[in-house]
Design a protein around this ligand. Structure first.
Ligand code: ATP
Ligand code: MG
Length: 216
């Protein structure tokens, strides 16, 4: 049984993240999904980014009660910018190489991969599970793989993933499409609009209590 890794800013965590992780865990029979919030995300400006502690607390509230979901503060423990290649390398070492790692990413994030530090290394470190996201066509996944990583990928219908002779598999999962994003949630909050049913009730209450995201 493998281990899922879900990275992101989680500013804040919402049902799009949670449902995708749940469906991937079931589909690939993962024994756990580790959520790893980025301390200093390389691709995002600091504007509108609430503290690591706030994001962490909201994630605790959101994942409590799901025995499959685990949080890791690995990226907060390392100084400097949070690069996935370093996180995955560390996780692979910690786990003694005995467990298969499945890096879960939305299709939007996966398409941005070529801008990430040493992104090619990731394809030997872990499997990928790319999940559907509204507005992104599944064909773009194959195009990206073939042009930016290697033209030796071939789609295997049975596993719903792209195999490669020497690199790890890139799975694609057509999860329930939820058109929810943290940026939309932040926008709604700044306007004073309701965010009910977009994220867990306890997270919504935490945001209100701490007066987060009152302006963009
Ligand atoms: P922002 O709008 O600030 O970028 P976000 O909603 O995209 O926030 P992130 O923290 O950037 O959330 O995303 C973490 C990971 O979760 C990424 O791989 C992203 O593609 C994925 N993800 C986010 N929202 C969804 C969703 N609604 N459905 C599927 N995957 C999602
Ligand atoms: Mg995003």
């Amino acid at each position: 049984m493998g281990i899922g890794i879900m990275g992101g800013t989680f500013n804040p965590i919402h049902f799009g993240h949670l449902r995708a992780a749940e469906e991937v865990a079931e589909s690939l029979q993962l024994k756990e999904v580790i959520f790893i919030p980025a301390a200093k995300p390389p691709h995002k400006s600091e504007v509108g980014l609430v503290s690591f502690d706030h994001r962490w607390h909201m994630m605790e509230l959101a994942t409590a009660g799901n025995p499959l979901f685990v949080l890791s503060d690995l990226e907060d423990q390392r100084p400097g910018i949070s690069y996935s290649v370093e996180t995955l390398t560390q996780l692979a070492q910690d786990r003694g190489g005995s467990e298969e790692l499945y890096f879960v990413l939305g299709l939007d994030a996966f398409l941005e991969l070529p801008t990430w530090k040493s992104y090619r290394e990731l394809f030997s470190l872990c499997h990928f599970v790319v999940v559907a996201r509204p507005g992104f066509s599944p064909e773009s996944l194959a195009t990206m793989l073939n042009t930016q990583v290697s033209d030796s990928y071939s789609f295997d219908l049975q596993v719903q993933g792209y195999h490669h002779p020497s690199l790890n598999t890139v799975y694609y999962r057509e999860v329930t499409l939820l058109d929810i994003s943290s940026s939309t949630i932040r926008q709604l909050l700044a306007e004073g609009s309701t965010v009910r049913y977009l994220l867990p009730k306890k997270v919504e209450e935490y945001i209100q209590q701490h007066k987060l995201y009152q302006q963009l």
